[in-house]
Write a protein that binds this ligand. Structure first.
Ligand code: ZN
Length: 687
């Protein structure tokens, strides 16, 4: 699924710029004292998030959260090895230097080294977490040798038969760090090349794309209504000329880390909130022990059935974005508590799903007679690990298997305290002053932007994706709309949100105080879709990512269609470009028209029309504008990517007995990375 994960700035481009958020549990005092922004380097800012309400939980709940957090952390090494075969070797070498270098720890070279180390920690490896390109160090091999040789207590890694001393270590690492042609890209999606041999990830070794495709095609059972996710939890290698899977399970590949995960999960089972949660956790343990993907499915079915628990966890090999073939999943974990207040807001919207369907601008024959909103909740994150840290999603929709979603349901969650932290730091930034046309826009954004972003996400997830129906006999969008399916589906869900966020019904429901919230969302969406999101691209790039494509498609189409009536106006002041909405109601009508058309394309499976929309509006980028946006961002010093330092749960024991769990909020990224590197070091440097 390409729709199961929302990233900040991609999903909520607008709210990234917007002001303070009325999060009920967050008192004014904690807001004042708590510093969200902890560190900045390269294109990254490192933030901190709080766990409001933790102290109000029962001891049993705190204990459960502690065990699940330890389970999450225990798998951290896995993602490093999955991302690239020598990531752990690089990381341990960097950590040996950072902790032990006895020479001069200042100056341009040292600063460049520390920046590189932080970037590697942030990306869980040597490739940029978003662009997938290899990070280029700002220092050379000679300086690197000085660092290694100047750290006699570095305890640097060795590999039997290959690396016996520092000299051999440096010879081995030099091309990995400094040669741009070695392991150039972690995930390669370029058309017309072997995606496996040109990707540096560690999901396959010594095999070609054609061999892998043939290997799995043979295993697939035809017309299986409940297929396993083939290849999800293994590395494929060649042994004696034959392809074999090295399965990630207890006793298998990554077994040492998985044993630790299992150890903590079993403790979690002992303090589960209820039987459904207990069953789910037991099935997860069973799966980690067996590596059997049928056990994984059984776990997921039990997990979606557990809707009552306050505490929840995502833990496993989940997201498949790291594999160009979309089969192999990266390790990740998100531990959370339900946010009761914000969940009520989502429920108020979900309960009206039929009203939204009946009042949607789509054609009558494409409306569902009986629509059910997707059950959704807002969670307070307690701990993240693996692929979800330090960079985190802001929304998660799981499980991935289509048949489980259809037959058993799914869970859609929004990460409330993470979004809150983003909004806190954004409201202090100056991007809104730089890109908003006038004080009215700035004020509206500061007052309502965060709420507008939350409501957009709620409508997109709960109403948008659930709305509309296919014509009888039409294949799935993946079959009919092919490579455009996911961009068009995201565009459709966004348009549902945009259309209704300016509807008086939202005020009636009590989820927003006035239509000004909707206007704030429109301002932000247009600004982001036509300009701000371009900051993530390099000069010469066009749009590839489906969320970015869909935003430019929606904003660009509405801009063009409204040109004659100046619905949206492009203005230039002091050489700077602005997009200003003159008529919000007319823009709403345009969003409605585009929604009707994209729903028609989906319902009828009209590939040609879908392709034309995406190619004409969602791909090509105005390069002059891209340059301007990047320059304006550079001037205000705003970073395009964010991630988080994790809170630390500290158990309090009386003798053998756990009597309390306290939360600390570390504020030093480097210290946390060194601590995690030591504490969760469960795998050998090469697996
Ligand atoms: Zn979506």
């Amino acid at each position: 699924m390409s729709t199961n994960r929302l990233m900040m700035g991609l999903a909520l481009g607008s709210s990234l710029l917007f002001g303070p958020h009325a999060q009920a549990q967050q008192t004014e005092t904690t807001k004042m004292e708590f510093k969200v922004l902890a560190d900045e380097f390269a294109d990254i800012q490192v933030l901190r998030y709080q766990i409001p309400g933790f102290d109000l939980l029962t001891l049993q709940q705190k204990e459960l959260l502690y065990y699940l957090s330890e389970a999450a952390a225990a798998g951290r090494d896995i993602i490093w090895d999955q991302n690239y075969k020598y990531n752990l070797l690089v990381r341990k070498t960097l950590e040996g230097i950072v902790a032990n270098y006895e020479g001069e720890r200042s100056g341009a070279n040292w600063d460049a080294f520390m920046e590189y180390a932080k970037r590697v920690w942030f990306s869980n490896g040597i490739h940029h977490h978003y662009s997938m390109r290899k990070l280029q160090p700002g220092f050379d091999a000679r300086y690197f040798a000085t660092l290694v040789n100047g750290s006699p207590k570095g305890n640097f890694p060795r590999i039997a038969g290959k690396i016996k001393n520092n000299k051999q270590l440096l010879a081995f690492l030099n091309p990995i760090l400094f040669d741009p042609n070695v392991a150039a890209k972690r995930v390669n999606q370029d058309a017309g090349v072997d995606l496996i041999t040109t990707s540096a990830n560690n999901f396959y070794e010594g095999v070609t794309q054609a061999e892998v495709e043939a290997f799995y095609a043979k295993q697939k059972v035809k017309d299986d209504p409940t297929p396993i996710w083939y290849g999800l939890n293994s590395k494929v290698v060649k042994e004696n000329g034959k392809l074999v899977e090295k399965t990630w399970k207890a006793g298998g590949m990554y077994g040492a880390a998985i044993d630790k995960i299992v150890y903590w999960l079993e403790k979690a089972v002992s303090v589960a909130e209820n039987d459904k949660q207990k069953t789910a956790l037991e099935l997860l343990v069973k799966y980690y022990k067996s590596g059997d993907l049928r056990d994984w499915d059984a776990y997921n079915i039990a997990w979606v059935a557990d809707t009552e628990s306050m505490i929840d966890v995502v833990n496993g090999f989940i997201e498949v974005y790291g594999d160009p073939l979309g089969m192999k999943a990266s390790y990740e974990s998100v531990v959370s508590v339900r946010d009761m207040v914000a969940t009520r807001r989502i429920k108020a919207i979900g309960d009206e799903a039929q009203w939204f369907e009946d009042n949607s601008p789509i054609l009558p024959e494409h409306k569902k007679k009986e629509v059910k909103g997707i059950s959704a909740k807002v969670i307070t994150v307690v701990q993240e690990s693996g692929d979800a840290a330090p960079a985190t999603p802001i929304g998660i929709n799981l499980p991935n298997a289509d048949w489980i979603r259809k037959d058993h349901g799914s869970k859609s969650v929004s990460l409330g305290n993470i979004v809150y932290a983003y909004n806190e730091v954004a409201s202090k930034g100056s991007a809104i002053e730089e890109f908003a046309w006038d004080q009215t826009q700035i004020d509206r954004s500061r007052q309502y932007g965060a709420l507008a972003g939350d409501l957009h996400t709620d409508l997109h997830e709960v109403i948008g994706h659930a709305s509309g129906q296919l014509n009888p006999g039409i294949g799935t969008p993946k079959e009919t709309l092919k490579q455009y399916a996911s961009t068009l589906e995201e565009a459709r869900a966004d348009l549902v949100a945009l259309y209704f966020i300016l509807d008086p019904k939202m005020v009636e429901l009590g989820v927003m105080p006035s239509l000004e919230v909707g206007k704030a969302e429109y301002d932000g969406y247009i600004r982001n879709g036509l300009m701000l999101q371009l900051r993530r691209l390099e000069e010469g790039d066009n749009l590839e990512e489906s969320h970015m494509r869909n935003r430019q498609l929606n904003a660009g189409w509405a801009y063009e269609k409204g040109l004659a009536n100046k619905v949206i106006e492009k203005k230039v002041r002091d050489g700077k470009t602005y997009f200003v909405i003159n008529d919000y109601e007319a823009l709403r009508e345009l969003f409605g028209q585009l929604l009707r058309e994209i729903q028609r394309i989906k319902s009828e499976g009209d590939f040609a029309a879908g392709a034309a929309l995406v190619e004409n509006y969602g791909v090509k980028v105005d390069q002059a504008l891209l340059k301007e946006v990047k320059a304006r961002y550079a001037k205000i010093g705003s970073k395009p990517y964010s991630g988080f330092i994790q809170p630390k749960l500290v158990p309090v024991y009386e003798g053998e007995k756990l009597v309390d769990v306290k939360v600390e909020y570390p504020d030093n990224f480097t210290e946390q990375m060194l601590e995690f590197g030591k504490k969760n070091a469960h795998l050998p440097v090469v697996n």
